[in-house]
Design a protein around this ligand. Structure first.
Ligand code: DAH
Length: 439
């Protein structure tokens, strides 16, 4: 059911910002769990030496072996392990300490502060803010505590980064809801980096940022309204988020979509009409009573929401590719200033893409996310898109996939030699790590 709301304006089409929606939001979802795949191996540079590789290795930043989060030191070994139950590559480890959301001159930090501003002014500074909670969480925090079913696809090694069978890199900021509720917080915002194995295109990156908001109501809040708690809280939630969207986008057309999340009931998504398309910007709902009951707030009712900061920032700042958020190039970073929401990004010259196709016979455990992890492990942010362009099954039942890989740097022209070298390594590692047969 779609409930259009007033206001007027436009955006990009993104998909899969929200992981737990019932609909076909993550197209790469497979019901079957794929085999644990150790991509720490995928991230290492090929052992086969070539002159070009040696040259490129000199450009690479060394991988720090120690990070600091919230005053706590995290070693590489705590996150990346060469074991089949660990699928975290070095490329992911290097992102754990960066915390783009805490940089006040970065679009993600500017957006976070604009959202804080809305909550501070609408609720008299009552929302407690958390933005340095450690992204290493237990499976219990990430999934069980928010009632994600045992067979939910988001628990698979194909979708989530596992450090060991009981520990993950959080795939959503909802991982902190239950504990904060149990600790007695009644209104809070949690901002943080979240991690998901995914395909590669201009709006998907394995690390991105979310903000979670929760507000708990007690019976005295709704009793005089003549409404039941759930109705009252759902109305308050929608009012709050419509106000937020207006604060960020100005006059904008919005609509609510009924959806499903394991942790809320009823559940909604808010879509914004932007650049001629409906863009899903957040998921929310009335928190499942079981979560509230377990936190010791039995008689209360709460709402919660989760929004993807990159997705909103891409629209607000006109940022065309999600990789740019990670760029240290001054031509990107110098365009944003503290407190200036919605300054339009002026692209510096766009360098030409180079396309390379590769075809192979897949096997039963093949997944596109595993393929993308191997490619990212080799090409890093030089890969812009990986797209399935052909797919057929022959009479013997063998299935062939042809993928087109787009290589493009955001910062410079790539040489033919460099791309050929990358592609050669990709072919070699796709064959050896994914056990597919190149055609
Ligand atoms: N955790 C959800 C996701 O990442 C987003 C979300 C939806 C958070 C609804 C919530 C919520 O708190 O109530 O897809």
């Amino acid at each position: 059911m779609v409930e259009p709301i007033v206001f007027g304006q436009s955006g990009n089409s993104f998909s899969r910002a929200l992981m737990f929606v019932h609909s076909n939001v993550r197209t790469s979802f497979t019901r079957a769990f794929s085999l644990p795949y150790s991509s720490s191996a995928a991230a290492s540079i090929s052992s086969v030496s070539s002159p070009v590789k040696d040259r490129r290795q000199k450009w690479r930043q060394p991988i720090a072996s120690l990070l600091e989060r919230g005053g706590v030191q995290i070693t590489r070994e705590e996150i990346v392990r060469d074991e089949p139950t660990n699928n975290v590559p070095d490329t992911i480890f290097t992102k754990v300490g960066l915390q783009l959301h805490r940089r006040s001159q970065h679009p993600i930090g500017i957006l976070k502060n604009a959202i804080y501003e809305y909550f501070d002014s609408s609720y008299g500074n009552k929302f407690k803010k958390f933005e340095d909670l450690c992204p290493i969480v237990s499976v219990k925090q990430n999934f069980d505590d928010v009632l994600v079913p045992d067979d939910h696809v988001s628990r698979s090694y194909n979708d989530t980064y596992y450090i060991d069978p009981q520990t993950v890199l959080r795939c959503h900021t909802s991982a902190h809801q239950a504990e904060l509720l149990s600790s007695g917080y009644k209104q809070f915002l949690v901002t943080g980096d979240v991690y998901r194995r995914d395909s590669i295109d201009s709006t998907h990156y394995p690390v991105f940022h979310q903000m979670e908001g929760v507000r708990v109501f007690s019976p005295s809040d709704w009793e005089s309204s003549g409404k039941d708690g759930t109705t009252y809280v759902a109305e308050d939630l929608k009012k709050c988020l419509e106000g937020l969207a207006q604060h960020l986008f100005g006059t904008v057309e919005m609509r609510w979509i009924d959806t499903y999340f394991p942790f809320t009931n009823p559940s909604f998504e808010l879509e914004i009409f932007f650049q001629e398309k409906w863009l899903e910007v957040l998921g929310c709902g009335v928190t499942e009573q079981e979560i509230i009951r377990r936190s010791g707030n039995e008689e209360n009712v709460a709402w919660a929401f989760g929004l993807g900061l990159e997705r909103l920032a891409m629209v607000l700042f006109d940022i065309p590719d999600i990789r740019l958020f990670w760029s240290d190039d001054e031509r990107f970073t110098s365009q944003f200033k503290e407190g200036q929401l919605g300054v339009k990004f002026k692209p510096f010259s766009k360098f030409p893409p180079c396309y390379k196709d590769m075809s192979f016979w897949i096997n039963e455990s093949f997944t596109e996310n595993n393929l993308c992890e191997v490619i990212r492990g080799i090409a890093g942010d030089l890969v812009e898109e990986v797209c399935l362009i052909d797919n057929f099954t022959n009479k013997k039942g063998m299935t062939s996939h042809c993928y087109r890989i787009a290589y493009r740097s955001m910062e410079r022209s790539l040489t033919d030699d460099e791309i050929n070298d990358l592609q050669w390594k990709v072919r070699e590692q796709v064959e050896s790590k994914l056990k597919v047969v190149l055609r």
